[in-house]
Design a protein around this ligand. Structure first.
Ligand code: ZN
Length: 204
């Protein structure tokens, strides 16, 4: 299975990193080895002094498809979860400055948190108006709403399926809002989607 990520999908996060607003979705992939195993802590890797959390709404694909029309995209998922796209910001900045791919900064072991529980979309109401948040040590660190995405879930599926065949079990991370910050040992990171706490992890 593959994990597809959308970058720069929230204007407030684009601004905080002083990136340009993209004309089409920014897309990258991570391997399944990047998934942080259940109940394990996140270990800050030796090669970075500046790992950031990025909380993101996650869509789980439940049908095989390619070249999916936006109006049928909703048929390709039933469940919505929450995750973290950990990013070694110092490594990413160096790679970006050299015009090189981002994988070393984002796709390392443990860099992807996926909530164990996913919520059925039928129970969530309007998917284009979902609140989600990340608390760092009881402090509300990131707060987003899917209405603020540049590209909606269905638009993302239509776009990425022009390039990649989507398979059952593939995950799509839909971008992070503002409030990303460096993690430190002993931090706890708790993610909430539509009032449901979906993960809580410890940093080491
Ligand atoms: Zn991200």
């Amino acid at each position: 299975m593959k994990i597809i990520f959308i970058g720069r999908n929230y204007v407030d996060h684009i601004k905080e990193l002083e990136n340009d607003r993209p004309k089409e979705p920014v897309v990258f992939l991570k391997p399944d080895t990047s998934i942080l195993l259940d109940k394990n802590p996140f270990f800050i890797p030796d090669f970075s002094q500046d790992v950031h959390h990025e909380v993101e709404v996650v869509v789980k694909i439940n049908r095989l498809g390619k070249h999916i029309d936006q109006k049928f995209a909703h048929k390709y998922y039933d469940e919505i979860g929450l995750g973290i796209d950990f990013t070694a910001r110092d490594v990413q900045a160096s790679l970006k400055a050299q015009g090189l791919p981002w994988e070393k900064s984002k796709s390392f072991d443990g860099a992807t948190v996926v909530s164990r529980e996913f919520l059925n979309k039928r129970d969530l109401g309007d998917l284009n108006n979902l609140d989600f948040s990340l608390h760092k040590n009881e402090h509300l660190q990131q707060q987003g709403n899917t209405s603020l995405m540049l590209w909606s879930i269905d638009e993302i599926i239509a776009h990425v399926s022009q390039f990649f065949t989507l398979k059952i079990g593939d995950l799509i991370f839909t971008g992070t809002p503002a409030g990303v910050s460096r993690v430190a040992p002993e931090d706890s990171l708790t993610g909430t989607l539509a009032g449901h706490q979906l993960f809580s992890i410890r940093v080491k």
